[in-house]
Design a protein around this ligand. Structure first.
Ligand code: EPU
Length: 346
């Protein structure tokens, strides 16, 4: 049996972040069975010091070394916990790779996650920033999140309604010192209810001549669209969208739309707010394809910062700050990073 715990001092993190930047963990702790967390956190270094939980490393930027301990949850269990014929509840450990999990559900005839195919990262990271793509957010499929509560010193089960999910946000993201997501339960269905309203996906299915797609065919279309727009982190270091789409007051969005007819404006959470396209704003400032040394902006998508090989996290962060400053100056809109910035602050 593989041991439940592995420790390494001064562990290199370059292969553990999709930007591929150099960083080191003073202490890396790899845990296979989350049930040992309450015991593990009796250790003073973990109990009282900073702990960074590292999933696939696809949504963070190491602008410096992380302080304290880096914890990696490596559990790989996936199982059906409830099945009433149509509605099926599936539980997956935090350490399972997200896309492999999506393929597992589709392979078992379960629909619901097809629009979220090929998102980098792990199951445990999915609720933290409420991953979303092509008209679906993962919160719509989550029933329960299991998380170790560092404050209460126990593993707790939180219903989706208690997770404060919002656009690229959750209570786990707002209280990173408190929660360590250990497993997630998803409510899936054998009867597909496909969500094809996002133009890019409908167009891709039409191009492939598919009239009434299966969930797997939707996932394949999503993969083709993602591959055409977003660079593969295995080839070119990146963390997907580097900026969130900004939520602005409706009157600012309307004023900007009057000046810039092509600016995409989406509904906000309520009537007083709108969501703008960060990619469009950045593109309009001329950043797409820009490169400074090995830090740059993807040629394919203005929202994606890339590491051409030897960029440091500090160089990528400096570039991101210049991009945000230029959007602020030209449009009066403030951009915020989507990935967590470690070892520095935004
Ligand atoms: N656009 C440009 N220039 C570009 C790219 C896009 O002007 O270089 C404009 C276009 O008008 C386009 C619009 O921006 O119609 C929106 O672009 P896209 O459809 O690519 O979506 P996005 O808003 O840029 C969001 C998510 C992605 C997700 C896609 C598809 C955020 C921050 N990003 O991007 O998520 O895959 O929608 O649903 O919400 C991620 O979070 O890492 C991520 C990749």
């Amino acid at each position: 049996m593989r041991s439940a715990l592995r420790l390494a001092e001064r562990a290199p993190l370059r292969a553990r972040n999709t930007f591929g930047v150099e960083a080191h963990a003073g202490m890396l702790v790899e845990v296979r069975d989350a049930a040992c967390l309450p015991e593990l956190f009796r250790n003073a270094m973990l109990r009282d010091g900073p702990v960074l939980v590292l999933g696939g490393g696809s949504n963070l930027l190491f602008a410096g070394d992380p302080p304290g301990v880096v914890l990696s949850l490596a559990g790989q269990d996936i199982r059906v916990v409830q099945d009433d014929g149509d509605s099926v509840l599936v539980r997956a450990d935090a350490g399972v790779e997200w896309h492999a999990f999506v393929l597992w559900t589709l392979g078992h005839g379960l629909a619901g996650l097809e629009n979220l195919a090929l998102i980098p990262g792990t199951v445990g990271a999915a609720p933290i920033q409420n991953i979303g793509a092509y008209g679906v957010e993962v919160r719509e499929r989550i029933e329960t999140v299991e998380a170790f509560d560092r404050k209460g010193h126990a593993i707790r089960r939180l219903a989706a309604a208690d997770c404060a999910f919002a656009y690229r946000d959750s209570r786990f993201k707002r209280e990173p010192e408190r929660w360590i997501v250990t497993a997630v339960e998803f409510r899936l269905s054998r009867t597909p209810r496909l969500r094809l309203e996002y133009a890019g996906i409908a167009d891709e299915l039409a191009r492939a001549g598919i009239g009434s797609p299966t969930p797997s065919q939707v996932a394949e279309a999503v993969c083709r669209v993602r591959r055409s727009k977003l660079p593969d982190p295995a080839v070119l270091g990146n963390a997907g969208s580097f900026f969130k789409n900004p939520i602005v007051p409706a009157d600012l969005a309307e004023a900007l739309a009057l000046q810039h007819a092509a600016l995409p404006v989406f509904p906000g959470a309520d009537a007083t707010s709108r969501k703008l396209s960060a990619a469009w704003l950045i593109d309009a400032c001329g950043w797409k394809g820009h490169r400074e040394g090995d830090a740059g902006v993807s040629e394919r998508h203005a929202l994606v910062l890339v590491n051409h090989g030897g960029a440091t996290g500090a160089e990528l962060l400096a570039l991101a700050r210049r991009i945000a400053a230029s959007v602020q100056e030209r449009f009066g809109v403030s951009l915020e990073p989507e990935p967590r910035v470690i070892g520095d602050s935004w």
